[in-house]
Design a protein around this ligand. Structure first.
Ligand code: PEP
Ligand code: MN
Length: 354
């Protein structure tokens, strides 16, 4: 990191700033002071800078600005692990390797009585993992909240009958055990991306986690949320981390739109490319929540694939008008099968190019 001091701060004052930083962070033993022609700067070399909270430094009298040198995340970074993470779910002929093959996760927004039929049709359309929410995180407390435990059971049964592994959302720490009992992949919804205590608990679980990006999160905030999962938890606060879940799938599902009537969110395809450039984790795009509009899902899904996504997660139903939630963004089986086919073609042609 570099700490830039204000114009006019002299060497004696710079020494005081250094002392104040070291008082707060005693492990920063090696802080260098450089006297420039106009201003003085302090430098700290090494990964210890990740322990620093910039506002602690910028709050010190005489400090103009704090500039980090390293990315704030480490374990998710390609610099730490240069080869891609491949996540295996399912077994036998239903085994899927996320990060190695094109994978579409598809199914209804919410699990309901039609889910078993949807599962069979989604499989025939080329879907490799069945999606469906049993516990639903709804904006309004008056809205239907999902089928809960019965929904998890139904999702697992539907997946088993269709020969598909399943992904379901875990909305809270109290639901981890239940969701883990029935799901092959645990989904963290966008509202929970920055629920760090949930992430710490999921860092202890032996199931892959799909981490959705909060629609107001920066790229770095999203990566740091993933870092929580990989790092594990430090209950005693002594720097001894236990657990750590290496099987994390990133999911881009759109960022806040200023034009809600036209797009629920803005699909950030650029962030998908950024994931591929910066991390070793597989990344999928969710064109359903990114657009909010059925007629835009296929093209936006393909845009995510063109940006480098390893797969997609899509809301689909044999009759979208019957979907209990998110009907307007739910595609039918014909659109689903087209998206899987074109997505796969695009994925394969891009992989042979890259
Ligand atoms: C969902 O996948 O149905 C869902 C609720 O997604 P998100 O958390 O992205 O809104
Ligand atoms: Mn939904």
């Amino acid at each position: 990191m570099v700490v830039i001091l204000k114009h006019g701060v002299n060497r004696d004052k710079a020494d005081l700033v250094k002392q104040q930083i070291q008082k707060r962070y005693p492990h920063l033993t090696d802080i260098k002071i450089s006297e420039g022609e106009e201003i003085i700067t302090l430098q700290i070399i090494g990964s210890k800078e990740r322990s620093i909270n910039p506002t602690d430094i910028e709050g010190i009298e005489g400090v103009e600005r704090y500039i980090p040198i390293l990315d704030p995340y480490k374990l998710v970074s390609k610099d730490f692990q240069p080869y891609p993470t491949i996540i295996r779910v399912g077994s036998g002929k239903n085994a899927v390797e996320i990060g190695k093959e094109f994978v579409v996760m598809g199914g209804p927004c919410s699990v309901d009585e039609n889910t078993p039929e949807i599962a069979q049709m989604a499989r025939d359309a080329g879907v490799k993992i069945l999606r469906g929410g049993a516990d639903k995180a709804r904006t309004s407390p008056y809205s239907w909240q999902g089928m809960g435990e019965k929904g998890f059971e139904k999702l697992a049964e539907a997946g088993q009958a269709a020969g598909l592994p399943v992904i379901g959302e875990v909305v809270d720490t109290t639901r981890i055990e239940l969701a883990s009992q029935y799901c092959d992949i645990l989904q963290v919804g966008m509202r929970n991306m920055d629920n760090y205590w949930l992430l710490k608990e999921l860092s202890q679980v032996d199931k892959p986690v799909l981490l959705k990006r909060n629609n107001a999160a920066t790229f770095d905030e999203w990566m740091l949320a993933a870092e929580y999962l990989l790092l594990g938890k430090d209950d005693k606060g002594n720097g001894q981390y236990i657990g750590g879940n290496p099987n994390v799938i990133l999911c881009e599902r759109g960022i806040l739109s200023f034009d809600k009537p036209n797009s629920r969110n803005v699909a950030d395809a650029n962030a998908v490319t950024q994931c591929k450039n910066k991390t070793h984790l597989p990344v999928v795009g969710d064109p359903s929540h990114a657009t909010g509009k059925r007629e835009n899902v296929v093209t936006t899904g393909l845009a995510y694939v063109a940006a480098g996504a390893d797969g997609l997660i899509v809301e689909a139903h044999y009759d979208p008008s019957l979907a209990k939630t998110d009907s307007a963004q739910t595609i039918d089986m014909k659109q689903l099968s087209y998206l899987v086919k074109k997505g796969e073609e695009l994925y394969n042609s891009l992989r042979s190019f890259i």
